[in-house]
Design a protein around this ligand. Structure first.
Ligand SMILES: CC(C)(COP(=O)(O)OP(=O)(O)OC[C@H]1O[C@@H](n2cnc3c(N)ncnc32)[C@H](O)[C@@H]1OP(=O)(O)O)[C@@H](O)C(=O)NCCC(=O)NCCSC(=O)C[C@H](O)C(=O)O
Ligand code: MG
Length: 297
């Protein structure tokens, strides 16, 4: 049995309404890397309390196996936020997703609120990046990663389009700055970056195009809204087999005695430096983590 990988794939992060019992049940066997049980926008005000109770039961009973489980709470300044947070701390998921954050001070307050509520230090804090001010302050927000539970960003382009009046075209030209700013801020502070949802869940080709765009930009995976989107996201965000064999060749080449101490060599006709060795090791580790995960390739 191989040692568990330190990498966790997050190619597919499936949202589901906490009030949808069928979706919560179905999620137990879906090939999603991450499940996000939503108490916010997908749950109507009258259904909030019922959804909170259903999510508490499902998460506390550990119904989702080894899948990563996140709970999206309502904002702390909403009528439901405090109760959601208390429930989430007692359910002890892998992480909590907080919507509509605008600045770094809010993240520090959230982290303090989690500590006061008795949250474990390894409870991950994820932020929806979906408010114009969060985009403008993304560098400062990411910088509190070292002193808080902040672990990653999930882009929320539905809210951002609403706030900015930008139009969501297929190429996402209106969001180019945001897409890159989120990835750069995340990487500068060792955080994860998950792309926004694709609303047209029956359009497989459109989703594939958007996943590919996000992958090229450096995102770790895509947030999703429907089981039909899982296969595409899992495929696009898995390292390509040819890239993995090249990565193995790079690792092998650098391990040869004649290349010991060298900073640059050639592999398969390509200039290959130590920085490429680092990327090759990351790619192979991700590919092995996917092979080990229950959701597989
Ligand atoms: C979009 C949906 C409302 C569509 O629902 P429905 O019409 O019921 O779809 P289907 O009949 O095709 O469903 C087929 C089966 O799959 C199950 N199902 C559907 N969606 C999910 C899901 N997300 N997770 C698990 N299972 C799901 C159905 O129960 C059917 O099962 P079966 O009975 O066996 O046939 C619906 O897909 C949905 O509600 N999706 C999630 C919506 C959501 O969570 N939204 C909030 C997050 S997105 C967001 O907030 C954006 C962000 O903040 C931003 O600002 O951009
Ligand atoms: Mg949103």
């Amino acid at each position: 049995m191989p040692a568990p990988s330190p990498y966790r794939p997050r190619r597919s992060c499936l949202f589901m309404p906490g009030a949808n019992a069928r979706a919560l049940e179905k999620a137990q066997s879906l090939p999603a890397d991450t499940l996000i049980l939503d108490l916010e926008d997908a749950v109507a005000p009258d259904a909030k309390a019922g959804a909170r109770a259903a999510v508490l039961a499902a998460v506390s009973e550990r119904r989702f196996g080894s899948r990563e489980v996140l709970i999206r709470v309502n904002s702390l300044d909403s009528p439901w936020g405090r109760d959601d947070l208390a429930m989430a701390v007692s359910a002890a998921p892998d992480g909590i997703v907080v919507p509509k954050v605008t600045c770094a001070e809010q993240v520090e307050k959230l982290d303090n609120a989690l500590s006061k509520a008795g949250a474990a230090t390894d409870l991950a804090l994820w932020l929806m990046v979906e408010m114009p001010r969060a985009v403008l302050d993304i560098r400062d927000i990411a910088a509190v990663a070292g002193s808080t539970r902040l672990r990653g960003f999930i882009l929320g382009l539905n809210d951002l389009a609403l706030e900015t009046h930008a139009v969501a075209t297929a190429d996402r030209v209106a969001f180019q700055y945001v897409l890159s700013a989120v990835v750069l801020a995340a990487r500068a502070h060792g955080l994860l970056a998950i792309d926004s949802v694709y609303n047209d869940f029956r359009d497989e080709a459109g989703l594939a195009q958007q996943c590919e765009q996000a992958r090229v930009l450096g995102f770790d995976g895509k947030s999703l809204i429907h089981p039909a989107q899982l296969e595409v996201a899992n495929r696009v965000f898995s390292p390509h087999p040819e890239a993995v064999s090249h990565a193995r060749a790079v690792i092998q080449a650098f391990s040869l005695p004649e290349n010991s101490g060298k900073g640059v060599i050639q592999v398969n006709g390509k200039m290959t430096e130590l920085l490429h060795l680092q990327e090759a090791q990351r790619l192979v580790a991700i590919s092995e983590a996917i092979a080990q995960s229950t959701t597989g390739g």
